[in-house]
Design a protein around this ligand. Structure first.
Ligand code: 5GP
Ligand code: ZN
Length: 114
């Protein structure tokens, strides 16, 4: 989608600090990090939000989580821990409507989240 920010990052029309990439997903550092490590993992395919996903998206959704696991290792968070978050819809605080998982770490996270 040409008017989607994250599709434009996938298409390299908007620059981003790429952490990991394969044929299905790309991971890049968040422009406004909320923790020492804050990386976004997105599908290359445009998907609006988790609740719109269907059975045929199952493998890609699993692939996204495995990509998060790779980011955790690349960023050196395996031992210290991390938080993987998907903000969804208005109340969830989603602001970019292309599915993305936040991988955050490098500090102690609070619970419950705000
Ligand atoms: P959401 O609020 O939808 O869960 O998360 C969207 C995230 O995208 C935010 O953490 C925001 O900082 C990040 N973001 C917004 N615009 C850009 C951008 O142009 N580049 C990068 N790397 N991150 C962005
Ligand atoms: Zn998109």
């Amino acid at each position: 989608m040409s008017d989607c920010l994250f599709c434009n990052i996938v298409g390299k029309k908007i620059p981003a600090k790429i952490v990991y990439e394969d044929e299905q997903v790309v991971a890049f550092d968040d422009i406004h990090p909320q923790a020492p490590v804050h990386t976004l993992v997105i599908p290359k395919k445009h998907m609006v939000a988790i609740q719109d996903c269907v059975e045929s998206d199952q493998a890609l959704l699993g692939h996204l989580l495995l990509a998060c696991s790779k980011v955790v290792k690349v960023k050196g968070l395996s031992e210290s821990g991390s938080r993987i978050v998907v903000n969804t819809g208005r109340d969830g605080g989603q602001t970019v409507f292309h599915v993305h998982l936040h991988v955050m770490g490098g500090r102690q996270m609070g619970w419950p989240p705000g």
